[in-house]
Design a protein around this ligand. Structure first.
Ligand code: HEC
Length: 112
């Protein structure tokens, strides 16, 4: 399936899905996107939905390790500390993108 450019995606869910596909699949398994991908030790997005506070975690994921060293939210996060490990490509998002990610994750079902 051809990827939908983020700017052209019409709904929050579509934008969230595309942001996740571009930036989160490197480590996380996301149902419907990369069921066999990700890194084994990284929790899958659907498994996280077992947690009562999963939505809160997605609202602030960029503050939770290991993300502060790889994700920067424009206008929110400080410039990356030089003491943190450098990743090949920093993920730069807007606060609206975090909302879109949350809207997308809301559509995922908890595993059976
Ligand atoms: C470089 C790998 C990597 C990338 C890229 C990545 N994550 Fe994660 N993420 C992790 C790991 C590892 C954990 C588990 C951390 C732990 O168990 O303490 C995690 C945990 C999480 C959690 C749960 C946090 C908690 O402490 O409960 C959320 C929510 C999350 N990631 C969202 C995202 C989103 C959204 C993206 C894309 C914008 C993303 N992650 C990109 C590695 C990554």
């Amino acid at each position: 399936m051809a990827p939908i450019p983020v700017a052209e995606a019409s709904t929050s869910v579509e934008r969230g899905r595309e942001i996740v596909r571009q930036h989160c699949t490197r480590c996380h398994v996301i149902p419907g996107i990369n069921p066999y991908g990700g890194i084994g030790s990284t929790p899958s997005f659907s498994a996280m939905k077992w947690l009562d506070d999963w939505a809160r975690r997605f609202e602030i994921f960029y503050l939770l390790p290991p993300h502060p060293s790889l994700v920067r939210i424009e206008g929110v996060s400080e410039e990356r500390s030089q003491s943190l490990p450098a990743f090949s490509k920093e993920i730069i998002l807007k606060l609206e993108d975090v909302d879109d990610i949350l809207e997308f994750v809301k559509t995922l079902k908890t595993p059976e």
